[in-house]
Design a protein around this ligand. Structure first.
Ligand SMILES: Nc1ncnc2c1ncn2[C@@H]1O[C@H](COP(=O)(O)OP(=O)(O)OP(=O)(O)O)[C@@H](O)[C@H]1O
Ligand SMILES: [Mg+2]
Length: 149
């Protein structure tokens, strides 16, 4: 497959939009030729990350959540940016997706699921304080696939 243009989505920091957003990204992965299983898991990943952004990325009026989705022949790269949470939560987030030995204390169910369904996850902050989470999902080759295929 040739390289595709990325997909950009932007929506208000409001959980009511999440079902529509997760469906959009899941459908986009089908259009890009990924399997129904990949698409279903993509929907779960988007759901968990967006719910976290709504819960922990406090909203100022007019704030939004931005998603960038890049499909390549064998991978999907998903970037989710929220307005930025309080420093304690952002630190939890860093630890939850950081070192193996730290993880257990900071992980809730959401990020644990995302971790199992992806092959890489990293967090960064913009100069203006937004939180950016980037996950990479391969067509196969992750823990769950290894266990179930
Ligand atoms: N977008 C975010 N901004 C700031 N902090 C975050 C963000 N996402 C997660 N966190 C921090 O990381 C912790 C772990 O997130 P995780 O999704 O695993 O659990 P949870 O949301 O607390 O619970 P659950 O997902 O099981 O409902 C959160 O409790 C929060 O402190
Ligand atoms: Mg969560």
């Amino acid at each position: 497959m040739s390289e595709r243009e990325p997909i950009f989505l932007e929506f208000p920091v409001d959980a009511d939009f999440i079902p529509a957003v997760r469906k959009f990204v899941a459908e986009a992965s089908l259009i890009e030729g990924f399997t129904p299983k990949f698409s279903y898991r993509t929907e779960i990943i988007v759901d968990e990350l967006c719910n976290n952004s709504v819960k922990y990325g406090p909203s100022t009026p007019g704030a939004s959540i931005r998603i960038q989705c890049e499909f390549e022949s064998d991978t999907m790269e998903l970037t989710i940016q929220d307005p930025g949470g309080n420093p304690k939560d952002v630190q939890n987030l860093r630890r939850a997706i950081g070192m193996e030995q730290d993880r257990q204390h900071f992980l809730g169910h959401g990020l644990e699921i995302v971790r199992m369904l992806t092959s890489g996850m990293e967090v960064s902050q913009t100069e203006t304080g937004e939180t950016v989470i980037r996950v990479v999902k391969r067509r196969s080759q992750n823990l769950i696939d290894t266990l179930t295929e």
